[in-house]
Write a protein that binds this ligand. Structure first.
Ligand code: V47
Ligand code: SF4
Length: 367
């Protein structure tokens, strides 16, 4: 049935709903039978969420790009005095929020001119003015920075943010859990143990979170698998992760490698994530880094979510991403339907909102 005989034992395990080992998935990064791999991942996706593909009406806000770090792969961060440096006022931040949004995704640089109170105020002001808007804010890298400038524990920072209205943490800052890559690309940023410790602390406080992998630069396939294994292990412990989001590196001006990885590598990575992360409910096809075509193909390779409308993406577009900076809800729905899937609007915690058509049909049934 499969052109690559290595897929047979994986398929047998998946059908029996048994866990696949790191040694078993590693060779799949080189399989020539990409369609066979996709079939296995799609089987898991359909078992978990049927034909449904979700999206969220959200907005990304990046309040400041001033950053004390200078990660080698990052085109977004800036330093004071450079023409592209910016810091938004509270009015600017609030003007980007509106009641029809379900989620606001707030992340930015580590700005040493801003006290923690400023970051906290962003969450509390947005929450106060737009109580129905779910706030997903600050990566583990920012949480670590806040704990250091406040000289307090991560738990204290997270509790204060939660009290201010924080709903969940985004998955950024994980990059790839490899000391070899960290030393070369982001030597002053937290590594795997601290990132995992912060997400664990969040889960223990009832704050759900996402997870990411930055791939397609200098990492090896082995390092990708180690990364997935660490996420799967923490999920076994806490169950707090909502989703996994593979982020394809955009070379921009940093050019760690000359070109973005291939669409085939993207699809293999999505499919392998779906197969390996058996304890994750959601795998995101992030249209911003994948581009619309690959993002919709990924919906047949195990992904069940497209992220959202975003409105104003800055991080990947600073690195010259070719995708649009935002997408209308109707266009996201069209993309999902073009992949023969059924679109469903969700919130930050993946709760499905009934569409107006469903509500209308329900009313008719009750009448
Ligand atoms: O941590 C930075 C990555 C991340 C580049 O949780 C780059 O729902 C590719 O984490 N090419 C931030 N990636 C974005 C992020 C995210 C995005 C969407 C949804 C969610 C979520 C989280 O972006 C950073 C870093 O890993 N990044 N520069 C680049 N040139
Ligand atoms: Fe700063 Fe994040 Fe860019 Fe690193 S990746 S330089 S921490 S904004």
């Amino acid at each position: 049935m499969f052109k690559d005989s290595q897929l047979h034992p994986i398929w047998a395990k998946v059908q029996r709903q048994e866990r696949v080992s790191p040694e078993e998935v590693l060779p799949l990064f080189k399989t020539q039978d990409v369609l066979g791999l996709g079939k296995i991942a799609n089987h898991i996706k359909e078992r978990k969420t049927g034909d449904r593909v979700t999206y969220v009406v959200n907005r990304q806000i990046n309040p400041t790009n001033l950053c004390v770090l200078s990660c080698r792969f990052c085109d977004y961060a800036s330093k004071k005095g450079r023409p592209n440096a910016y810091s938004m006022t509270m009015e600017e931040i609030l003007s980007k929020c509106s009641p029809e949004l379900r989620e606001v995704h707030i992340v930015g640089g580590l700005n040493h001119e801003w006290p923690f109170e400023q970051y906290l105020k962003i969450v509390s002001e947005v929450h106060k003015k737009f109580p129905n808007l779910q706030v997903k804010a600050y990566t583990a890298v920012e949480i670590d920075f806040f704990a250091r400038i406040e000289k307090c524990s991560v738990k204290e920072i997270l509790s204060r943010l939660k009290d201010a209205g924080l709903m969940c943490l985004p998955g950024g800052g994980a990059e790839v859990f490899s000391e070899r890559v960290r030393k070369s690309l982001f030597p002053f940023k937290i590594g795997a143990p601290r990132w995992l410790e912060i997400h664990k602390a969040a889960h223990e406080l009832g704050i759900r979170s996402n997870s990411t992998l930055l791939y397609g630069h200098m990492e090896t396939f082995e390092e990708r698998v180690v990364h997935l294994k660490k996420l799967r292990d923490l999920q076994d412990e806490t169950g707090g992760f909502l989703s996994f989001i593979p982020l394809a590196y955009q070379p921009g001006k940093t050019k760690v490698v000359d070109r973005q990885t291939s669409a085939i590598d993207d699809l293999r990575t999505i499919a392998i994530s779906r197969i390996f992360l058996d304890n994750f409910d959601h795998i995101k096809s992030y249209w911003v880094t994948l581009g619309e075509e690959t993002a919709s193909m990924a919906l047949a390779f195990g992904a069940d979510d497209l992220d959202g409308t975003i409105f104003e993406e800055r991080i990947m577009h600073a690195a010259e991403a070719a995708s649009p900076v935002g997408m209308a809800k109707e266009r996201l729905e069209r993309l999902i339907r073009s992949a023969s899937r059924v679109p469903a609007e969700r919130d930050a915690l993946y709760k499905i909102y009934p569409s107006s058509k469903d509500i209308h049909n329900e009313r008719l049934a009750l009448a």
